[in-house]
Design a binder for this molecule. Sequence first.
Ligand SMILES: NC(=O)c1ccc[n+]([C@@H]2O[C@H](COP(=O)([O-])OP(=O)(O)OC[C@H]3O[C@@H](n4cnc5c(N)ncnc54)[C@H](OP(=O)(O)O)[C@@H]3O)[C@@H](O)[C@H]2O)c1
Length: 174
Amino acid sequence: MNMILAADRNWGIGKDNHLLVHLPGDLRFFKKMTEGGVVIVGRKTLESFPGGKPLPNREHIVITGNPSCIEPFAAQCTAAGSPEEALTLASYKDDERCFVIGGAMVYRQMLQYCDTVYVTKIDEEFPADSYFENLDRNEKFFVECESPAREENGVSYRFVKYKRKAKEKNYVEK
Ligand SMILES: NC(=O)c1ccc[n+]([C@@H]2O[C@H](COP(=O)([O-])OP(=O)(O)OC[C@H]3O[C@@H](n4cnc5c(N)ncnc54)[C@H](OP(=O)(O)O)[C@@H]3O)[C@@H](O)[C@H]2O)c1
């Protein structure tokens, strides 16, 4: 399973149910990675999308204790009552094209199931109320590659790909 997020220097990821900063290049990267695939998303993050609607051209598995909240979006969304149910639903899909896309509560519970984490590292500090764990201090992951830094709206950021170390994988490879 894959995970994708953007974090600032303190691993802040959001404030008042919004992203910390508008970075068009990062949004393009997110779109390129997830378009045409399946995304696993928490109910609050779904509400934070433009118009409170699912993202175009992606199938959504929405984690919520209240499945009726996604009824208006039944064509694009399936409800999952837990991270584990989301994984079961996603297992019917092509794993390469499946991404956990947040928010904080969902990231926290699902990191254990992910072997690849794409982090857009923003070289700034913003006021935040939602955080990801410091992946650089997580001994189960290593940085496989990272892009050169780029700048947008006066903000510097880079794309970093983390992989789970082979011996830490939660499953046996066939
Ligand atoms: N920087 C980034 O890359 C990024 C990406 C995504 C989101 N974000 C930010 O993250 C913040 C939102 O994160 P959040 O933690 O508040 O919310 P969230 O993870 O998006 O959603 C939380 C909701 O998911 C459901 N849920 C989570 N775990 C569950 C479980 N085990 N069983 C059943 N339902 C479960 C619950 O929905 P119900 O209440 O409906 O039961 C819960 O209220 C926002 O600021 C957003 O902008 C940042």
